[in-house]
Design a protein around this ligand. Structure first.
Ligand code: FE
Ligand code: CA
Length: 446
């Protein structure tokens, strides 16, 4: 693009053929913001489909479909959505998105790792040929490569997306101003890189002006209500967390794991979340977030190892939240998680010392779109974890996405997987399905 501003016309229509255009305007795409536009359309009617398109420099865009949320206080009888995460471009084809885009979803949640910042993996199936992203131009170039993928484009055009980030939009396993490896930058230097990464993320994602970055800060935790049916609290567990304890890997716990000053949300976000839960009248209270909340012991037998980059590395805050669910019950707490590149279904108990305690929430973890390459279903891995972690109800290591359909009475989850991504055109199959009945934090395998 030239280093000058460009006008972008936009239209929103009630029909796919744009005969009933209900809103239109012109946005200004500036080089300062990567020639992106973020149009906030007022005056649309609630709970219905709309179609939109753009025109600029004589070119007409393809058509996207979106949907408005139901009006506050209304009682929708159904919501269908998908959630996805982790799409390391060079590791394989976005076949999962090809299938996702063909389904009828009211919403799509992206739970982080939309890009990966590093140079090509040695196992690249389709290399991007770029060095590690460290500058605004570098991050922008990585989004540009990914966004040329036709299946990702189709998925965006099929439904509105609600996005949050994890670590790889900036730097693997970073924690607030602490980079990985920690000695690579001073905090000041790392925040310069973080500012570039956050800006590129904002430019390329469907985010409102309320998320406009200011230097190295960007507000992305926020709340959505699908009428009275469901409330979604979208979290940011990267920007405000304290550094991972015990060296940060999957290791035996050290004192830092139980440090009461450790936080994965930061105190402001935690207060915002708890206040929201206190006021919620929704039938399903959903946290859409990044990292595993179940405290999993990854070493079979008496030895114990915990992944310190997850909620378990911030055990006091994890307990605080789960005890909040136990002691001041909200309706049907469900946690949606990305990051692990594996499908999991977990029942969450308030304290790991009592794994047989009554679960207070359910955690659904979605696998990756492409990170990790072709996977395989390994039931024996779950078998090896179960003795130490009886709350795990499902595990699978294939690529795909998660489809959910919720009503006031029940929540159905389908783990959709594709058998390979190292070449295109894989079929999709439903690997496992679970039902949660309202009022019971329990996973029932279908
Ligand atoms: Fe990832
Ligand atoms: Ca163990």
């Amino acid at each position: 693009m030239p280093i000058k501003s460009v006008d972008v016309g936009w239209q929103v229509s009630e029909d796919e053929s744009f005969e009933r255009v209900v809103a239109k305007g012109t946005a200004n795409a500036t080089p300062q913001w990567g020639h992106s536009v973020h149009v906030e359309v007022a005056g649309l009617r609630p709970d219905r489909w709309y179609w939109y398109r753009f025109k600029s420099c004589g070119e007409l865009s393809t058509i996207g479909r979106t949907r408005t949320l139901p009006i506050v206080g209304s009682d929708p009888d159904r919501l269908r959505f998908a959630f996805v995460s982790c799409q390391k471009y060079e590791m394989g084809y976005y076949t999962a998105y090809e299938h996702l885009a063909r389904e009828d979803h009211d919403l799509v949640f992206h739970l982080g790792d939309y890009i990966y910042e590093k140079e090509d993996s040695s196992q690249a199936v389709r290399p991007h040929h770029q060095p590690e992203c460290t500058t605004l131009d570098g991050y922008r170039a990585r989004y540009a490569v990914g966004k040329c993928d036709p299946h990702l484009q189709a998925a965006h055009a099929s439904a509105p997306w609600i996005v949050t980030w994890d670590d790889h939009e900036v730097n693997n396993d970073y924690a607030n101003a602490v980079s990985e490896p920690a000695n690579r930058y001073t905090a000041e230097e790392f925040l310069v890189r973080r500012a570039a990464a956050y800006q590129a993320y904002y430019e390329h994602m469907p985010l409102r002006r309320s998320s406009l970055p200011s230097g190295a800060d960007m507000l992305i935790y926020r709340r959505f209500n699908f009428g009275q049916l469901a409330e979604f609290s979208v979290l940011d567990t990267r920007q405000y967390r304290t550094d991972q304890p015990c060296g940060g890997d999957t290791v035996p716990p050290c004192d830092g794991e139980l440090d009461p000053a450790a936080t994965i949300m930061g105190s402001r976000q935690r207060d915002w979340l708890f206040n929201g839960l206190n006021q919620s009248t929704a039938g399903w209270n959903v946290l859409a977030q990044q990292v595993q909340m179940a405290r999993v012991d990854f070493t079979a037998g008496p030895d114990l190892s915990i992944d310190m980059d997850k909620w378990a590395g911030y055990e006091q805050e994890r307990r605080l939240l789960l005890r909040r669910f136990r002691d001041q019950p909200v309706e049907n707490a469900v946690v949606l998680t990305g990051d692990s590149h594996e499908n999991w279904a977990n029942e969450l108990v308030p304290h790991f010392d009592d794994p047989k305690a009554k679960p207070v929430a359910v955690e659904l973890m979605g696998t990756s779109i492409s990170s990790g390459g072709d996977g395989e279903d390994k039931p024996e891995y779950l078998e090896s974890l179960l003795a130490d972690n009886p709350f795990i109800k499902y595990h699978n290591n294939e690529r795909g996405y998660v489809h959910c359909e919720i009503t006031p009475d029940s929540w159905r989850t389908d783990f959709r997987t594709v058998p390979y991504i190292s070449r295109p055109d894989a079929p999709v199959l439903t690997r496992a399905s679970f039902m949660i009945e309202s009022g019971h934090s329990k996973l029932n395998r279908l």
